[in-house]
Design a protein around this ligand. Structure first.
Ligand SMILES: [Zn+2]
Length: 303
């Protein structure tokens, strides 16, 4: 065997020398494809509308019932050092949602991500954190993307949830579910099997937040360490700061445990990014209208 290897090595070397193209290092493109390094991602929070005067008590368990605030609806663009463009959540666009919720400053999620120069066909993957209309409706705006969702979430909200109105929760919508089922029929939906699943190099899905039946959150590798995109498993920074569960959860104790875990996963607590906090757009650097870059530096601090 060793003779064979040596023979082929020598043969290749002579061939390379004869052609005058002996290369001591592989070209950059080959190195990138070799997969030795985990890709680092740039992360952008993209606001595509505002829900006016939302009650704080609907976001933070036990909060003042009188207090209200305008909350953003957003998607997260995760752009890889390998050129890959992933969305975490896809927002919404169907007219009934825009009208019913009196959404202000609305643009479709596709128009909103275009502020970063991204066209819909460039999005290769969409990670849906949970089935609610404000996070999953917009997936069919991005026709070439593969959609990733927890298997238990998909199966529950396309099946058992509709056997009993009490098990559905407020945010599941038949049109959203049907569109996702069609995506599956088209071969563009991938089911994530539970907790701590790295579905794309540098992107890991976690469960346990219990905002919905099997809601997930995403750990994203960046040059400054891990950023956790909590989505609605944490509504506001206030949930983390006051150690209060989200107001809409199937299991408040599990939600708090998940929040604690997110802190350990993130490079620092400020890099656990909630689903609807207006402060996301003031704590981080604006790069376009309604777009901030969630960019920890190498020391893990915000810039
Ligand atoms: Zn939401």
């Amino acid at each position: 065997m060793s003779r064979q290897i040596s023979y082929f090595t020598r043969t290749s070397l002579y061939a390379a020398l004869a052609l005058g193209c002996f290369v001591t290092h592989p070209p950059a493109a080959v190195r990138a494809q070799s997969g030795t390094a985990t890709p680092a991602y740039d992360i952008y929070a993209v606001r595509f509308g505002v829900l006016p005067q939302f009650p704080l008590s609907g976001l933070v368990a036990g909060a003042d019932k009188e207090q209200k605030l305008d909350i953003p609806v957003m998607v997260w663009v995760v752009k890889g050092s390998d050129g890959r463009i992933v969305l975490v959540d896809s927002g919404f666009y169907r007219e009934k949602f825009v009208t019913r919720w009196k959404v202000q400053h609305f643009s479709t999620p596709a128009a909103a991500v275009a502020r970063l120069g991204i066209q819909p066909d460039q999005v290769s993957d969409i990670i849906i954190t949970h089935m609610h209309w404000d996070h999953a409706d917009g997936q069919d705006l991005f026709p070439k993307a593969t959609v990733w969702i927890q298997k238990d979430e998909y199966e529950y909200y396309t099946g058992d949830a509709w056997q009993d109105a009490n098990r559905r929760g407020g945010g599941a919508d038949p049109d959203v579910m049907l569109a996702l089922v069609k995506r599956n029929f088209a071969g563009q939906l991938r089911l994530v099997h539970g907790d701590n699943q790295t579905i794309i190099p540098g992107l890991t899905c976690y469960t346990g937040g219990r905002h919905t039946y099997a809601s997930q959150y995403v750990g994203v590798n960046t040059v400054g360490g891990t950023v956790v995109l909590a989505s609605d498993n944490v509504y506001l920074f206030q949930n983390l700061d006051a150690h209060r569960p989200i107001a809409q959860t199937l299991d408040a104790a599990a939600n708090l445990q998940a929040q604690d875990r997110m802190r350990t996963l993130a490079a620092r607590t400020g890099l656990v990014i909630p689903g609807h906090d207006p402060a996301v757009f003031t704590r981080f650097r604006a790069v376009a209208d309604g777009v901030v870059q969630i960019a920890p530096d190498r020391a893990g601090t915000a810039r």
